[in-house]
Design a protein around this ligand. Structure first.
Ligand code: CP
Length: 303
């Protein structure tokens, strides 16, 4: 692995190795050291979890970070091209983590940069480090990635965490229950991708009915920033709300976990937080170990 751009590129064996490394890092069995490395975090789009967990991961391994959080204070504002920005930052750093509004930006950066690129989200396309932490969270809570039943709830059309997760889990024979309003359905280029022939997709307009079947409920925010039409957003913004009552009245498995990449708006009420089903804050914490694993692997600091 020279870069981490898309879950479409990652094989089952690579996923399993990455999760194993994250587990060893979390338990303290492996302590990667990148004290001679500088990592650049280039964020063209807002972030809390991804930017801070990458930065913390770098610092926990004794590395240094340089950060662009938004374009306001950079020469992007003066009209510098994306390619020139990447070429320049790659002179100062050993690895670049990049988030962009533009689909394909990270792939393009990997063609320009002299050093590894990590895609921290490119528009509605992919968010592979999120998926690796999601898979780590699923494996930790379910003991396996194989043959699981997962509800994907909310914005399946623009949700890059959803798109990545579908490819990441596709190696492990999942059943996905798709719970979304018609405007936010999973794109057909994903649903009918021949690479996903071992995936079972089931349209499920009634979330309550499928709750007893689920191992994982993966909830996402309806992302206002992805809509070109404000009226369309208004129509679908409150399509789903996960409440404690909804979960507890519908016979969930005791092992059910609710995941969310966060941030949430109103799609999970706060009374769910105190149930044993809520796992989204631990999920965010798991991002630390996975991001240490990703960086150390790409920099050759861990085998
Ligand atoms: N999950 C995620 O990407 O969160 P942030 O947008 O806060 O980084």
């Amino acid at each position: 692995m020279n870069h981490l751009i898309s879950m479409r590129d990652i094989k089952a064996g690579d996923i399993e190795q990455m999760l194993l490394l994250a587990e060893k890092i979390e338990s303290g069995k492996v302590k990667p050291d990148i004290s001679d490395k500088v990592c650049a975090l280039l964020f063209y789009e807002p972030s809390t979890r991804t930017i801070f967990s990458f930065d913390t991961a770098i610092k926990r391994m004794n590395g240094k970070s340089i950060i662009m959080a938004g374009v306001e204070s950079s020469s992007v504002k003066k009209g510098e091209t994306f390619a020139d920005t990447i070429s320049t930052v790659s002179q100062y750093s050993d690895l670049i983590v990049i988030r962009s509004t533009v689909e394909g930006a990270a792939r393009y950066a990997s063609e320009v940069s002299e050093h590894p690129i990590v895609n921290a989200g490119d528009g509605s396309n992919q968010h592979p480090s999120q998926t690796l932490l999601d898979l780590y969270s699923i494996k930790k809570t379910q003991g396996t990635l194989e043959n699981l039943s997962i509800a994907l709830v909310g914005d399946l059309r623009f949700g890059r965490t959803i798109h990545s997760l579908v490819y990441g889990l596709s190696h492990f024979s999942p059943t996905f229950y798709l719970v979304a309003p018609s405007h936010l359905r999973l794109p057909s280029y994903i649903r009918h991708d021949p690479a996903l022939k071992s995936v079972n997709f089931i349209d499920s307009p009634n979330l309550a009915e499928i709750i007893p079947n689920l191992d994982i409920m993966y909830v996402t925010r309806v992302q206002k920033e992805r809509f070109v039409d404000a009226e369309e957003y208004e129509k679908v913004k409150n399509s789903y709300q996960i409440t404690r009552q909804l979960i507890e009245e519908n016979n969930p498995k005791q092992s059910l976990k609710i995941l969310h990449p966060l941030p949430r708006v109103n799609e999970i009420t706060t009374d769910v937080d105190e149930t044993k089903y809520a796992y989204y804050f631990q999920q965010a914490r798991n991002g630390l170990f996975i991001r240490q694993a990703i960086i150390s692997k790409l920099l050759g600091a861990a085998k």
